[in-house]
Write a protein that binds this ligand. Structure first.
Ligand SMILES: CC(C)(COP(=O)(O)OP(=O)(O)OC[C@H]1O[C@@H](n2cnc3c(N)ncnc32)[C@H](O)[C@@H]1OP(=O)(O)O)[C@@H](O)C(=O)NCCC(=O)NCCS
Length: 179
């Protein structure tokens, strides 16, 4: 019988980062460095402890990075991405469970907003919605229809406007060092 998905999901540890990077490289190829989440984190920024991975035995089969950000200088938000599921494990609900686990963890670390760039059809049922165009800007061009946020506190999105930047100083969270 297949294992329940939740039992596969664990917090990301610093020692998993090389395997996460390898899974991302296999999935996205060299073009990954142009992705928004990479651009925001340019310079190898620390990751939030809300980041999650999934293991099947010794194999790391999925990952979602969470990065503490400021928006217009205001802290309290996280950027979700990249989300990646190994091709041979796709379509069994792991991606969605990983996002749900990361959102639960984001709430626990005290984040009030989670931002991502992705497909509304995938992330909408997980609690993500579009913002009014121009409210939040990311480094580099982003299709406004793909800029999505999940509020973890009522009205949180209203508090934020401006440029998304990786938080450079230690924030509210116990960070995982990318070094
Ligand atoms: C996209 C991805 C994370 C989905 O993971 P997954 O574990 O296969 O997803 P789930 O099993 O939770 O969900 C599967 C459902 O999502 C749909 N889906 C997959 N990718 C989608 C996309 N880009 N847009 C909309 N829906 C998508 C599938 O059609 C399926 O729909 P169904 O439930 O109606 O059959 C995974 O396929 C992947 O790693 N892809 C390459 C990397 C990528 O594009 N990451 C997302 C951007 S960072």
């Amino acid at each position: 019988m297949p294992q329940p998905l939740d039992s596969l999901i664990k917090p990301l540890r610093a020692q998993d980062l090389a395997r996460v990077a390898a899974l991302e490289a296999r999935t996205f190829g060299p073009g990954r460095f142009a992705r928004t989440a990479y651009r925001v984190r340019e310079g190898g920024h620390d990751l939030s402890s809300a980041s999650r991975v999934a293991w099947l035995g010794e194999a790391l089969i999925a990952s979602v990075r969470m990065t503490e950000i400021t928006i217009g200088g205001l802290p309290g938000a996280l950027l979700l991405g990249p989300l990646v599921v190994a091709a041979e494990q796709a379509g069994r609900g792991l991606g969605r469970r990983l996002v749900e686990a990361a959102l639960d963890a984001a709430r626990e670390v005290g984040a009030t907003l989670v931002v991502l760039v992705g497909d509304r059809s995938y992330y909408g049922p997980l609690g993500f919605a579009s913002l009014s165009p121009g409210r939040i800007a990311l480094p580099g061009p982003v299709d406004p229809a793909r800029l999505l946020v999940a509020e973890l506190a009522p009205g949180a999105a209203e508090r934020y406007s401006g440029l998304v930047q990786a938080r450079r100083t230690r924030g509210f969270d116990r960070a995982i060092s990318a070094a």
